[in-house]
Design a protein around this ligand. Sequence first.
Ligand code: NAI
Ligand code: 13P
Length: 344
Amino acid sequence: MSATPPVSLPEPTKVAVLGAGSMGTTFAMVLADAGCDVTLWGRDAVVLDAVDQTHRNEKYLPGVQLPAMHGTTDPAVALKGASIVVVSVPSQVARATLSSMKDLVEPDAVVVSLMKGVELGTDRRMSQVMAEVLDLPDERVAVVSGPNLAPEIAERQPTATVVASRSEATAQLVADACSTGYFRPYTNTDVVGVELCGAVKNIIALAAGMAQGQGFGWNTLATLITRGLVEITRLGLALGAEPATFSGLAGMGDLTATCASPLSRNHRLGKHIGEGLTLAEAIKVTGGTAEGVKSSESVLELARAHDVEMPITAGVVEVLAGKLPLADLAATLLARPKKSEVAG
Ligand SMILES: NC(=O)C1=CN([C@@H]2O[C@H](COP(=O)(O)OP(=O)(O)OC[C@H]3O[C@@H](n4cnc5c(N)ncnc54)[C@H](O)[C@@H]3O)[C@@H](O)[C@H]2O)C=CC1
Ligand SMILES: O=C(CO)COP(=O)(O)O
């Protein structure tokens, strides 16, 4: 097994995208638009047949005409010859999904996570899960994260993102593979920071949605975004992230998009709870993967293990668990002991 990926790939780069939901399909579109030979893998034969034959995924991206790509339910077909493997399944099933495909991934492939969650039970970030299951060295691991609401990218609206890898050459390689006229990747070597930004902003977006559902306005939203960024930064720094990451696209960028947009499933789910639905009802009505629900628990565990204060996250966990009435959340947060804004 080679520890270092090739610095350039054969043209066109063959890419497997694992997970045919809204983000997996959208990123497959970006890669194909960028000139890659893309095969999308998923479990639903009806969906993948349509992707393969008519280049449409009506279940997850209704009305969107995709560029030419392959679709399959057979992981061996998707992974054969793929020099880049993109993983876009819900975080809590990443380990099981990758374990079942472990022997099919090409020995030199770079494996990229689009997932924005932290594993329950282990508190591992997705790049850690991928590396553990597939036995990958740092040079073969990358993550992509930024203000990247799938429905907007699928309309080819302009946005930017961060491709992070401990290896600058790997980050550059993945950035080259997904660079288009509407999607601009920046590189970063701070994998920890970029990944934590993606996972924790979903929890803050739940809180922002709850606040909106309760009828609170822009001041509350801005307060949650700003103090949410403080929580993300505190946890990230405790885990070795770089300070500059938090004001970047994966940090402030994604936090703003997700907390403000009704396209965010986490925001919508929080809003349903704010309007009075139970968690179970809100999950059903929202549909799709709202990573913050489960990751709030693992992120809070990480925070406690590193002695990091995350009051908004802790409040969201209590509300979701039914231990704190949502009507009391704001008062609970505001009643905490007064402190300096800038002292840690
Ligand atoms: N949708 C978005 O705007 C964005 C999503 N992401 C991240 O991408 C990841 C995937 O999310 P989406 O594609 O949006 O979710 P989705 O809910 O649209 O699709 C999830 C996909 O995973 C499949 N799946 C569910 N359980 C599975 C299992 N046990 N084994 C294999 N496949 C399974 C579903 O069939 C579906 O195809 C998440 O971590 C999310 O945070 C990141 C950026 C933007
Ligand atoms: O991560 C996202 C945008 O960058 C998508 O957010 P949701 O998972 O809340 O829809």
